[in-house]
Design a protein. Structure first.
Length: 71
């Protein structure tokens, strides 16, 4: 099972995006989702950006994730 947490794109260079997960960054390929831009919230799977998530929805999911982390 895979649990996807939204992250925010902070930088794009060629076909790679830097995605910020509440202070921790990872690099993901934009090869499958060329229309992403800096500031987008995205879902990443196997180091590929799979989906763009609306900001409001992403922030709600992040808030719930942080609550489960505290428990």
């Amino acid at each position: 099972m895979c649990l996807a947490i939204p992250g925010k794109i902070t930088k794009i260079e060629k076909d790679l995006a830097t995605v910020d997960y509440d202070g921790e960054t990872r690099v993901a390929s934009i090869a499958l989702k060329k229309d992403v831009k800096i500031g987008d919230y995205v879902i990443v799977n196997a180091k590929f950006i799979m989906q763009i998530i609306p900001e409001e929805e992403a922030k709600k999911a992040i808030k719930v994730w942080n609550l489960t982390d505290e428990a």
